[in-house]
Design a protein around this ligand. Structure first.
Ligand SMILES: Nc1ncnc2c1ncn2[C@@H]1O[C@H](COP(=O)(O)OP(=O)(O)OP(=O)(O)O)[C@@H](O)[C@H]1O
Ligand SMILES: [Mg+2]
Length: 397
Protein backbone atom coordinates (compact mmCIF):
# COMPACT_ATOMS: atom_id res chain seq x y z
CA UNK A 1 0.00 0.00 0.00
CA UNK A 2 1.04 3.57 -0.52
CA UNK A 3 4.13 4.15 1.66
CA UNK A 4 3.34 7.84 1.74
CA UNK A 5 0.32 7.09 3.93
CA UNK A 6 2.09 4.55 6.14
CA UNK A 7 0.99 5.55 9.66
CA UNK A 8 3.64 3.65 11.62
CA UNK A 9 6.59 5.39 13.23
CA UNK A 10 9.56 3.18 14.07
CA UNK A 11 12.26 5.44 15.49
CA UNK A 12 13.76 6.69 18.73
CA UNK A 13 11.26 8.96 20.45
CA UNK A 14 9.00 9.01 17.36
CA UNK A 15 5.42 9.61 18.53
CA UNK A 16 3.40 6.48 17.72
CA UNK A 17 0.16 6.82 15.76
CA UNK A 18 -1.62 5.19 18.73
CA UNK A 19 -0.10 5.45 22.20
CA UNK A 20 -1.47 2.12 23.34
CA UNK A 21 -1.61 0.75 26.87
CA UNK A 22 -0.21 3.77 28.68
CA UNK A 23 -3.48 5.20 30.01
CA UNK A 24 -2.84 4.28 33.66
CA UNK A 25 0.69 5.73 33.63
CA UNK A 26 -0.43 8.96 31.99
CA UNK A 27 -3.30 9.25 34.46
CA UNK A 28 -0.77 8.85 37.27
CA UNK A 29 1.44 11.56 35.73
CA UNK A 30 -1.63 13.80 35.42
CA UNK A 31 -2.32 13.44 39.14
CA UNK A 32 1.29 14.18 40.05
CA UNK A 33 1.26 17.34 37.93
CA UNK A 34 -2.08 18.50 39.32
CA UNK A 35 -0.89 17.98 42.90
CA UNK A 36 2.39 19.80 42.33
CA UNK A 37 0.52 22.65 40.71
CA UNK A 38 -1.78 22.82 43.75
CA UNK A 39 1.26 23.00 46.05
CA UNK A 40 0.71 19.54 47.51
CA UNK A 41 3.53 17.10 48.26
CA UNK A 42 4.10 14.54 45.55
CA UNK A 43 6.81 12.07 44.67
CA UNK A 44 8.68 12.57 41.44
CA UNK A 45 8.26 9.92 38.76
CA UNK A 46 11.18 8.01 37.31
CA UNK A 47 9.96 5.66 34.59
CA UNK A 48 12.08 2.59 34.02
CA UNK A 49 12.09 0.10 31.19
CA UNK A 50 14.09 -1.67 28.54
CA UNK A 51 15.21 -0.15 25.25
CA UNK A 52 12.42 0.74 22.84
CA UNK A 53 9.45 0.41 25.21
CA UNK A 54 8.40 4.03 24.78
CA UNK A 55 9.99 5.94 27.68
CA UNK A 56 11.02 8.94 25.59
CA UNK A 57 7.59 9.07 23.96
CA UNK A 58 6.02 9.12 27.43
CA UNK A 59 8.33 11.87 28.66
CA UNK A 60 7.33 13.96 25.65
CA UNK A 61 3.64 13.30 26.39
CA UNK A 62 4.15 14.36 30.00
CA UNK A 63 5.82 17.55 28.80
CA UNK A 64 2.81 18.32 26.59
CA UNK A 65 0.43 17.60 29.45
CA UNK A 66 2.44 19.85 31.74
CA UNK A 67 2.61 22.68 29.25
CA UNK A 68 -1.15 22.41 28.83
CA UNK A 69 -1.44 22.88 32.60
CA UNK A 70 0.71 26.00 32.58
CA UNK A 71 3.97 24.40 33.71
CA UNK A 72 7.32 25.70 32.54
CA UNK A 73 9.52 22.81 31.47
CA UNK A 74 13.21 21.98 31.38
CA UNK A 75 13.97 19.02 29.18
CA UNK A 76 17.33 17.25 28.85
CA UNK A 77 18.73 13.91 27.82
CA UNK A 78 21.65 12.62 29.87
CA UNK A 79 24.60 11.31 27.94
CA UNK A 80 27.53 9.05 28.68
CA UNK A 81 30.09 11.70 27.76
CA UNK A 82 28.39 14.88 28.91
CA UNK A 83 28.15 16.16 32.44
CA UNK A 84 24.81 17.05 34.00
CA UNK A 85 25.51 20.77 34.61
CA UNK A 86 26.52 21.25 30.98
CA UNK A 87 23.18 19.78 29.91
CA UNK A 88 20.96 21.37 32.51
CA UNK A 89 22.29 24.91 32.61
CA UNK A 90 21.28 26.27 29.19
CA UNK A 91 17.56 25.40 29.56
CA UNK A 92 17.62 26.41 33.25
CA UNK A 93 19.03 29.78 32.30
CA UNK A 94 16.23 30.27 29.82
CA UNK A 95 13.65 29.29 32.43
CA UNK A 96 15.05 31.63 35.07
CA UNK A 97 15.30 34.54 32.67
CA UNK A 98 11.67 33.87 31.73
CA UNK A 99 10.58 33.89 35.38
CA UNK A 100 12.45 37.15 35.92
CA UNK A 101 10.95 38.87 32.90
CA UNK A 102 7.31 38.62 33.88
CA UNK A 103 5.21 41.76 34.21
CA UNK A 104 5.95 42.46 37.88
CA UNK A 105 9.28 42.45 39.69
CA UNK A 106 10.01 39.40 41.83
CA UNK A 107 12.80 39.51 44.37
CA UNK A 108 12.89 35.70 44.39
CA UNK A 109 13.21 35.50 40.61
CA UNK A 110 16.06 38.03 40.67
CA UNK A 111 17.78 36.10 43.43
CA UNK A 112 17.41 32.84 41.48
CA UNK A 113 19.32 34.44 38.60
CA UNK A 114 22.12 35.52 40.94
CA UNK A 115 22.31 32.03 42.44
CA UNK A 116 22.42 30.64 38.91
CA UNK A 117 25.38 32.90 38.22
CA UNK A 118 27.16 31.70 41.37
CA UNK A 119 26.49 28.10 40.40
CA UNK A 120 27.95 28.78 37.01
CA UNK A 121 31.08 30.27 38.53
CA UNK A 122 31.38 27.24 40.80
CA UNK A 123 31.06 24.56 38.14
CA UNK A 124 32.95 26.40 35.44
CA UNK A 125 36.14 25.47 37.22
CA UNK A 126 35.21 21.81 36.86
CA UNK A 127 33.32 21.66 33.60
CA UNK A 128 35.35 23.58 31.08
CA UNK A 129 32.83 23.00 28.30
CA UNK A 130 30.19 25.33 29.71
CA UNK A 131 29.86 28.55 27.73
CA UNK A 132 26.88 30.37 29.15
CA UNK A 133 26.94 33.99 29.99
CA UNK A 134 24.52 35.77 32.28
CA UNK A 135 24.64 39.43 33.04
CA UNK A 136 23.99 39.56 36.77
CA UNK A 137 26.17 39.66 39.85
CA UNK A 138 26.58 36.32 41.56
CA UNK A 139 25.28 35.69 45.07
CA UNK A 140 28.67 34.92 46.50
CA UNK A 141 28.69 32.00 48.94
CA UNK A 142 25.56 30.30 47.58
CA UNK A 143 25.76 27.35 45.18
CA UNK A 144 29.34 28.21 44.19
CA UNK A 145 31.43 25.75 46.19
CA UNK A 146 32.11 23.64 43.11
CA UNK A 147 30.70 20.62 44.96
CA UNK A 148 27.67 19.54 42.96
CA UNK A 149 25.99 17.82 45.91
CA UNK A 150 25.92 21.13 47.75
CA UNK A 151 25.42 23.48 44.83
CA UNK A 152 22.66 21.77 42.86
CA UNK A 153 20.29 21.65 45.86
CA UNK A 154 20.94 25.35 46.51
CA UNK A 155 20.25 26.19 42.88
CA UNK A 156 17.06 24.11 42.79
CA UNK A 157 15.87 25.71 45.99
CA UNK A 158 16.32 29.19 44.54
CA UNK A 159 14.53 28.02 41.39
CA UNK A 160 11.68 26.54 43.45
CA UNK A 161 11.26 29.71 45.48
CA UNK A 162 11.14 31.80 42.32
CA UNK A 163 8.59 29.42 40.79
CA UNK A 164 6.45 29.54 43.93
CA UNK A 165 6.64 33.32 44.02
CA UNK A 166 5.56 33.50 40.39
CA UNK A 167 2.83 30.91 40.87
CA UNK A 168 4.35 29.00 37.98
CA UNK A 169 4.97 25.26 38.49
CA UNK A 170 8.04 23.69 36.89
CA UNK A 171 8.69 20.19 35.63
CA UNK A 172 12.22 18.99 34.98
CA UNK A 173 12.31 16.15 32.46
CA UNK A 174 15.46 14.05 32.21
CA UNK A 175 15.80 11.12 29.83
CA UNK A 176 18.47 8.37 29.99
CA UNK A 177 19.02 8.99 33.71
CA UNK A 178 21.14 5.84 34.05
CA UNK A 179 23.97 7.75 32.37
CA UNK A 180 24.38 10.22 35.26
CA UNK A 181 27.46 9.69 37.38
CA UNK A 182 26.89 8.64 40.97
CA UNK A 183 27.70 12.16 42.18
CA UNK A 184 25.31 13.72 39.70
CA UNK A 185 22.51 11.34 40.59
CA UNK A 186 23.15 11.93 44.26
CA UNK A 187 23.13 15.71 43.76
CA UNK A 188 19.88 15.49 41.81
CA UNK A 189 18.25 13.38 44.51
CA UNK A 190 19.40 15.79 47.21
CA UNK A 191 18.10 18.72 45.18
CA UNK A 192 14.67 17.09 44.83
CA UNK A 193 14.73 16.26 48.54
CA UNK A 194 15.13 19.97 49.36
CA UNK A 195 12.30 20.83 47.00
CA UNK A 196 10.03 18.20 48.58
CA UNK A 197 10.79 19.32 52.13
CA UNK A 198 9.87 22.90 51.28
CA UNK A 199 6.90 21.86 49.14
CA UNK A 200 8.07 24.00 46.26
CA UNK A 201 6.24 23.58 42.93
CA UNK A 202 9.03 21.74 41.11
CA UNK A 203 8.79 18.11 40.06
CA UNK A 204 11.18 15.75 38.32
CA UNK A 205 9.90 13.33 35.71
CA UNK A 206 12.65 11.09 34.43
CA UNK A 207 13.24 7.94 32.49
CA UNK A 208 15.97 5.36 32.32
CA UNK A 209 16.96 1.75 31.98
CA UNK A 210 16.00 -0.63 34.82
CA UNK A 211 19.40 -0.24 36.52
CA UNK A 212 18.30 3.28 37.47
CA UNK A 213 16.39 1.96 40.49
CA UNK A 214 19.52 0.42 42.00
CA UNK A 215 21.72 3.36 41.05
CA UNK A 216 19.37 5.80 42.77
CA UNK A 217 19.14 3.63 45.87
CA UNK A 218 22.90 3.35 46.10
CA UNK A 219 23.38 7.10 45.59
CA UNK A 220 20.89 7.94 48.37
CA UNK A 221 19.03 5.35 50.37
CA UNK A 222 16.00 7.63 50.77
CA UNK A 223 15.57 7.79 46.97
CA UNK A 224 12.91 5.11 47.10
CA UNK A 225 10.74 7.25 49.37
CA UNK A 226 11.29 10.37 47.28
CA UNK A 227 10.61 8.86 43.88
CA UNK A 228 8.21 6.45 42.34
CA UNK A 229 9.62 4.12 39.71
CA UNK A 230 6.76 3.09 37.42
CA UNK A 231 7.73 0.29 35.06
CA UNK A 232 7.24 0.73 31.36
CA UNK A 233 7.13 -2.65 29.66
CA UNK A 234 5.98 -4.57 26.64
CA UNK A 235 2.31 -4.14 25.73
CA UNK A 236 -0.29 -6.76 26.63
CA UNK A 237 -1.81 -8.53 23.59
CA UNK A 238 -4.97 -6.38 23.48
CA UNK A 239 -2.94 -3.16 23.64
CA UNK A 240 -0.47 -4.41 21.04
CA UNK A 241 -3.40 -5.22 18.75
CA UNK A 242 -4.79 -1.72 19.26
CA UNK A 243 -1.37 -0.19 18.54
CA UNK A 244 -1.51 -1.84 15.11
CA UNK A 245 -5.21 -1.84 14.27
CA UNK A 246 -6.23 1.69 15.29
CA UNK A 247 -3.78 3.56 13.06
CA UNK A 248 -4.70 1.60 9.92
CA UNK A 249 -8.45 1.72 10.69
CA UNK A 250 -8.29 5.46 10.19
CA UNK A 251 -7.51 4.72 6.56
CA UNK A 252 -10.18 1.99 6.21
CA UNK A 253 -7.54 -0.74 6.39
CA UNK A 254 -7.51 -3.72 8.76
CA UNK A 255 -5.16 -6.44 9.96
CA UNK A 256 -6.72 -9.92 10.15
CA UNK A 257 -6.74 -11.45 13.65
CA UNK A 258 -4.16 -14.11 12.70
CA UNK A 259 -1.94 -11.34 11.31
CA UNK A 260 -2.13 -9.47 14.61
CA UNK A 261 -1.33 -12.66 16.51
CA UNK A 262 1.63 -13.34 14.24
CA UNK A 263 3.05 -9.87 14.85
CA UNK A 264 2.55 -10.26 18.57
CA UNK A 265 4.39 -13.57 18.53
CA UNK A 266 7.35 -11.98 16.73
CA UNK A 267 7.52 -8.74 18.71
CA UNK A 268 6.39 -9.96 22.13
CA UNK A 269 4.48 -6.70 22.34
CA UNK A 270 7.57 -4.45 22.46
CA UNK A 271 6.51 -1.04 21.12
CA UNK A 272 9.51 -0.36 18.88
CA UNK A 273 9.09 -3.72 17.19
CA UNK A 274 5.33 -3.26 16.78
CA UNK A 275 6.03 -0.05 14.87
CA UNK A 276 8.62 -1.77 12.71
CA UNK A 277 6.38 -4.75 11.87
CA UNK A 278 3.40 -2.48 11.26
CA UNK A 279 5.49 -0.30 8.99
CA UNK A 280 6.83 -3.15 6.87
CA UNK A 281 3.46 -4.92 6.73
CA UNK A 282 1.77 -1.79 5.41
CA UNK A 283 4.38 -1.31 2.69
CA UNK A 284 4.23 -4.95 1.57
CA UNK A 285 0.45 -5.37 1.58
CA UNK A 286 -1.32 -5.01 -1.76
CA UNK A 287 -4.72 -4.32 -0.24
CA UNK A 288 -6.74 -4.58 2.97
CA UNK A 289 -6.97 -6.78 4.97
CA UNK A 290 -3.30 -7.28 5.87
CA UNK A 291 -2.95 -11.04 6.39
CA UNK A 292 -0.43 -13.53 7.81
CA UNK A 293 1.32 -13.99 4.48
CA UNK A 294 2.15 -10.30 4.42
CA UNK A 295 3.31 -10.49 8.02
CA UNK A 296 5.55 -13.43 7.19
CA UNK A 297 7.33 -11.36 4.55
CA UNK A 298 7.30 -8.30 6.76
CA UNK A 299 9.12 -10.32 9.41
CA UNK A 300 12.09 -10.82 7.11
CA UNK A 301 12.25 -7.14 6.24
CA UNK A 302 11.75 -6.05 9.85
CA UNK A 303 14.51 -8.26 11.18
CA UNK A 304 16.85 -7.10 8.43
CA UNK A 305 16.10 -3.46 9.25
CA UNK A 306 16.52 -3.96 12.99
CA UNK A 307 19.79 -5.79 12.42
CA UNK A 308 21.02 -2.88 10.35
CA UNK A 309 20.13 -0.11 12.78
CA UNK A 310 18.34 -0.67 16.13
CA UNK A 311 20.58 -3.60 17.11
CA UNK A 312 23.59 -2.67 15.01
CA UNK A 313 24.25 0.75 16.55
CA UNK A 314 24.53 -0.92 19.93
CA UNK A 315 26.66 -3.79 18.70
CA UNK A 316 29.14 -1.43 17.03
CA UNK A 317 29.93 0.24 20.37
CA UNK A 318 31.18 -3.00 21.91
CA UNK A 319 34.75 -4.18 22.31
CA UNK A 320 35.55 -7.72 21.09
CA UNK A 321 35.57 -9.00 24.68
CA UNK A 322 32.22 -7.38 25.39
CA UNK A 323 30.85 -9.05 22.27
CA UNK A 324 32.06 -12.41 23.52
CA UNK A 325 30.41 -11.81 26.86
CA UNK A 326 27.08 -10.91 25.29
CA UNK A 327 27.35 -13.81 22.86
CA UNK A 328 27.74 -16.20 25.77
CA UNK A 329 24.79 -14.60 27.55
CA UNK A 330 22.72 -14.87 24.36
CA UNK A 331 23.44 -18.55 24.06
CA UNK A 332 22.09 -19.17 27.54
CA UNK A 333 18.66 -17.85 26.59
CA UNK A 334 16.54 -14.71 26.67
CA UNK A 335 16.09 -14.54 30.44
CA UNK A 336 18.30 -13.32 33.24
CA UNK A 337 21.31 -15.53 33.95
CA UNK A 338 23.48 -15.97 37.02
CA UNK A 339 26.69 -13.98 36.58
CA UNK A 340 28.68 -16.97 37.81
CA UNK A 341 27.21 -19.18 35.10
CA UNK A 342 28.13 -16.67 32.42
CA UNK A 343 31.70 -16.49 33.69
CA UNK A 344 31.87 -20.26 33.71
CA UNK A 345 30.65 -20.43 30.15
CA UNK A 346 33.36 -17.98 29.14
CA UNK A 347 35.90 -20.10 30.98
CA UNK A 348 36.76 -17.16 33.22
CA UNK A 349 36.66 -16.37 36.93
CA UNK A 350 33.75 -14.25 38.18
CA UNK A 351 36.24 -11.66 39.46
CA UNK A 352 37.91 -11.30 36.07
CA UNK A 353 34.57 -10.98 34.32
CA UNK A 354 33.31 -8.35 36.80
CA UNK A 355 34.93 -5.29 35.13
CA UNK A 356 33.62 -6.43 31.75
CA UNK A 357 30.14 -6.79 33.20
CA UNK A 358 30.30 -3.36 34.90
CA UNK A 359 31.39 -1.76 31.63
CA UNK A 360 28.43 -3.30 29.83
CA UNK A 361 26.05 -2.07 32.52
CA UNK A 362 27.51 1.44 32.17
CA UNK A 363 27.04 1.27 28.41
CA UNK A 364 23.40 0.38 29.04
CA UNK A 365 23.63 -3.04 27.36
CA UNK A 366 22.82 -5.23 30.35
CA UNK A 367 21.38 -4.80 33.83
CA UNK A 368 20.94 -6.76 36.97
CA UNK A 369 17.26 -7.61 37.57
CA UNK A 370 18.19 -9.19 40.90
CA UNK A 371 21.45 -9.48 42.80
CA UNK A 372 23.95 -11.57 40.87
CA UNK A 373 21.72 -11.84 37.80
CA UNK A 374 22.40 -10.39 34.39
CA UNK A 375 19.97 -9.70 31.54
CA UNK A 376 19.89 -7.74 28.27
CA UNK A 377 18.41 -4.22 28.33
CA UNK A 378 17.52 -4.57 24.64
CA UNK A 379 14.58 -6.88 23.98
CA UNK A 380 15.29 -9.71 21.52
CA UNK A 381 19.02 -8.91 21.60
CA UNK A 382 19.89 -12.53 22.28
CA UNK A 383 18.60 -13.62 18.88
CA UNK A 384 20.44 -10.76 17.21
CA UNK A 385 23.73 -11.75 18.84
CA UNK A 386 23.30 -15.26 17.47
CA UNK A 387 22.57 -13.93 14.00
CA UNK A 388 25.51 -11.55 13.96
CA UNK A 389 27.98 -13.96 15.60
CA UNK A 390 26.93 -17.44 14.51
CA UNK A 391 29.89 -19.07 16.27
CA UNK A 392 29.91 -18.59 19.99
CA UNK A 393 33.61 -19.04 20.45
CA UNK A 394 35.49 -16.46 18.47
CA UNK A 395 39.05 -15.35 19.00
CA UNK A 396 39.21 -13.08 22.03
CA UNK A 397 41.50 -10.11 22.06
N1 LIG B 1 2.48 2.90 23.77
C1 LIG B 1 2.98 2.71 22.55
N2 LIG B 1 2.25 2.11 21.59
C2 LIG B 1 2.76 1.93 20.35
N3 LIG B 1 3.99 2.31 19.98
C3 LIG B 1 4.76 2.92 20.87
C4 LIG B 1 4.30 3.15 22.20
N4 LIG B 1 5.27 3.77 22.90
C5 LIG B 1 6.30 3.92 22.04
N5 LIG B 1 6.01 3.43 20.83
C6 LIG B 1 6.94 3.37 19.69
O1 LIG B 1 8.09 2.67 20.13
C7 LIG B 1 9.28 3.22 19.61
C8 LIG B 1 10.26 3.49 20.73
O2 LIG B 1 9.81 4.54 21.58
P1 LIG B 1 10.85 5.36 22.48
O3 LIG B 1 11.98 5.86 21.65
O4 LIG B 1 10.06 6.32 23.27
O5 LIG B 1 11.39 4.19 23.43
P2 LIG B 1 12.45 4.31 24.62
O6 LIG B 1 11.93 3.47 25.74
O7 LIG B 1 12.74 5.74 24.90
O8 LIG B 1 13.72 3.59 24.00
P3 LIG B 1 15.28 3.83 24.36
O9 LIG B 1 15.51 3.17 25.70
O10 LIG B 1 16.01 3.11 23.26
O11 LIG B 1 15.52 5.30 24.38
C9 LIG B 1 8.86 4.44 18.79
O12 LIG B 1 8.86 4.06 17.43
C10 LIG B 1 7.45 4.74 19.27
O13 LIG B 1 6.65 5.28 18.25
MG1 LIG C 1 14.45 6.85 24.82
Amino acid sequence: MDPVHNPFAPGAGAPPPELAGRGPLLAKAGIVLARVKAGRPERSLLMVGLRGVGKTVLLNRVRELAEGEGFRTVSVEAHEDKRLPALLLPPLRQLLVGLDRMATVSVKAKRALRVFKSFLDGVRVKVGEIEIGIDVDPEIGTADSGDLEADLPALFQALGEAAADRGVPVVILIDELQYLSETELSALIMAMHQIAQRQLPVVLVGAGLPQLVGLAGRAKSYAERLFEFPEVGALAPADAHAALQEPVAEQQVAFTEPALDAIYAQTQGYPYFLQEWGYQSWNLAQASPIDVDVVRRATEDSIRRLDQNFFRVRFDRLTPREKDYLRALADMGDDAQRSGDIAERLGMKVQSVAPLRSGLIRKGMIYSPAHGDTAFTVPLFADFMKRVMPDERRARD
